[in-house]
Design a protein around this ligand. Structure first.
Ligand SMILES: Cc1cc2nc3c(=O)[nH]c(=O)nc-3n(C[C@H](O)[C@H](O)[C@H](O)COP(=O)(O)OP(=O)(O)OC[C@H]3O[C@@H](n4cnc5c(N)ncnc54)[C@H](O)[C@@H]3O)c2cc1C
Length: 527
């Protein structure tokens, strides 16, 4: 009779042996399939490696997906050459080892480093692939997938003070994953999204080939610009188009609480922000705060956080004409350079030098659950009041409303897979944040789901649209070995609207064996 302890020891040693053999087979295969002049062995981290946890945790943003109960990869591979990534795809396919790819680790549900549906799995982390080559003469740059948005902005600024790139407000996003889902930022009303400013790309396909735009063809090039990460291949490089920024821009943050008329002002913002001068982006950050007159009382604070591509005097004229209700004054305005506006909007302290962007550090690491909505009709004041009641009962809720319109409305819904274009007034992001680990996670998740239900009547419907870069597994997931079109339609139409069907067709053509798959990847049709 085998004792329970020896059974555990036996199972443990079997699983360690399994894990060792997965790693050994993978290494042997990599050896056979990659360039010997660039060794990769020190780039493989198994759970027994002392650096495993720090590497796994390094770029992961959502601490909810790092708790011990969440599955961990067999090992992490950090390629230092494009050819290593090719070899990783060839070997994972050959050996049947499920692969996840990570660039900046900001996925809201952690699917770049966690697989809840398949085991074992490995992570290919592109952290070492962060080359950036800016060519101001041609207004372009080639950017490697592991570079962060902040590094891209810095390298552009290093060469020119009148060029920029319209992508994320957060400066630690991985350019690899970020652009695959759309990539919006403070210049979206002027220039559109990151995907609207991509000229070329290099991708490792399901057969391990490196394809540029010409080689991959226009269908696949369309799919990777908004069809979400982890479905069509591994992006190695994006070629981006730089945009003009004025030498002086203006930023401001003005906060209004309920006692200062926040509800009426926000109601007005909905009617103004999507139509105002396209050089002006005014987002609203909404959260409970303590009431200035009675510190024990909570109120709602709405912070209007803005970038204007121009000087303060022009901005004041625009605001006086279109949005006098906010009461913006010259004292609220800060004239600065575009690169410093990036730091301001990302929330760095005012004296932070731009070089901080090269550290790729995140200003946001939390336990959180998030959701998104798109709004097509202004929410009435009664709807806003109901929203305040719900925010006031949660510990640490946060909402961010981003205005659309301007250049965003000039793209058709099918120009890229990102369909939330003309007619969208703004996007809502809902978050519940917490610090106490697993303990009350269920309570916070329950709260945000109820809030989402409450908002149903006020937001887009049929489909209720959602932003793929704010991944939300509540919308549905693929299950192992039974990824189906019907199942995936549950989230596919919300993220991509009618573009979902074209994405499925392209997936079926380029990756019929579904090598690149995850909880919400695009499914191929059965052959
Ligand atoms: C704090 C914070 C702020 C944010 N701010 C913004 C913002 O201002 N604007 C905005 O649009 N979004 C924003 N986002 C969302 C962000 O765009 C997405 O989370 C995006 O997917 C992050 O890309 P990543 O490479 O950092 O993430 P990862 O977690 O590395 O990847 C995300 C997804 O892409 C896949 N992927 C990663 N690399 C590749 C690759 N090289 N090739 C193919 N697939 C790949 C992954 O498998 C995963 O499915 C924010 C997120 C956070 C956490």
């Amino acid at each position: 009779m085998v004792s329970p302890i020896s059974l555990i020891v036996l199972l443990l040693s079997v699983s360690l042996a399994d894990s060792a053999s997965v790693q050994e087979s993978f290494v042997q295969c990599l050896n056979l399939n990659s360039d010997k002049t660039f060794p990769f062995y020190s780039s493989i981290y198994t759970a027994s490696n002392p650096s495993f946890t720090s590497i796994l945790d390094s770029s992961a943003q959502n601490l909810r997906l790092l708790v011990p109960s969440v599955p961990k990869p067999e090992f992490i591979f950090t390629p230092s050459r494009d050819s290593h990534v090719q070899a990783a795809v060839i070997c994972s396919k050959k050996l049947g080892i499920h692969i996840r790819v990570r660039s900046g680790g900001h996925d809201y549900e952690g699917i770049s480093y966690v697989s809840e549906i398949e085991s074992p799995f490995i992570v290919v982390d592109l952290v070492k692939l962060r080359g950036i080559d800016v060519d101001v003469k041609s207004n372009t740059a080639w950017v490697q997938a592991g570079a962060t948005t902040g590094e891209v902005y810095y390298r552009i600024y290093e060469k020119s003070s009148v060029h920029g790139f319209p992508a994320g407000l957060c400066t630690s996003l991985g350019i690899g994953g970020h652009i695959t889902g759309g990539a919006y930022g403070a210049m979206m009303r002027k220039y559109g999204l990151g995907v609207d400013n991509v000229l070329d790309a290099k991708i490792v396909d399901a057969n391990g080939r490196i394809l540029d735009r010409e080689a991959m063809g226009e269908d696949l090039f369309w799919a990777i610009r908004g069809g979400g990460g982890g479905s069509f291949g591994i992006l190695l490089w994006w070629k981006i188009k730089l945009v003009s920024v004025p030498p002086t821009v203006t930023v401001f943050t003005v906060t209004k609480t309920l006692e200062q008329g926040a509800t009426k002002i926000l109601h007005k913002w909905q009617e103004v922000a999507p139509y105002i001068d396209e050089n002006l982006f005014i987002r609203v950050i909404i959260q409970p705060s303590s009431d200035a007159r009675n510190k024990t009382q909570r109120t709602i604070a709405t912070s209007y956080n803005a970038l204007f591509l121009g000087g303060a005097r022009t901005l004041l004229q625009v605001m006086k004409t279109s949005f006098p209700e906010l009461g913006l004054t010259i004292k609220d305005c800060l004239e600065t350079s575009w690169i410093k506006s990036v730091l301001y909007i990302a929330g760095f302290p005012s004296d932070t030098p731009p070089e901080v962007l090269l550290k790729g550090k995140s200003t946001f690491k939390n336990f959180f659950k998030a959701k998104s909505d798109f709004v097509r009709e202004p929410i009435p004041e009664t709807g806003l009041e109901g929203l305040w009641q719900r925010l006031l009962v949660e510990d640490s809720p946060l909402m961010i409303w981003n205005p659309y319109g301007g250049r965003m409305s000039q793209f058709s819904e099918s120009e890229t897979p990102f369909p939330h274009r003309n007619g969208t007034l703004y996007k809502i992001q809902y978050l519940s944040l917490w610090q106490e680990g697993d303990k009350n996670a269920a309570k916070h998740i329950d709260w945000i789901r109820k809030l989402y239900n409450y908002m149903g009547p006020y937001v887009s419907s049929l489909p209720r649209e959602a932003y793929v870069n704010y991944r939300d597994l509540d919308l549905g997931i693929n299950t192992k070995n039974s990824t189906s079109y019907i199942q995936a339609s549950a989230w596919g139409y919300r993220y991509y609207k009618n573009n979902f069907d074209r994405l499925v067709k392209i997936k079926t053509k380029v990756d019929p064996e579904n090598v690149f798959r995850h909880e919400q990847s695009i499914p191929p049709l059965p052959l």
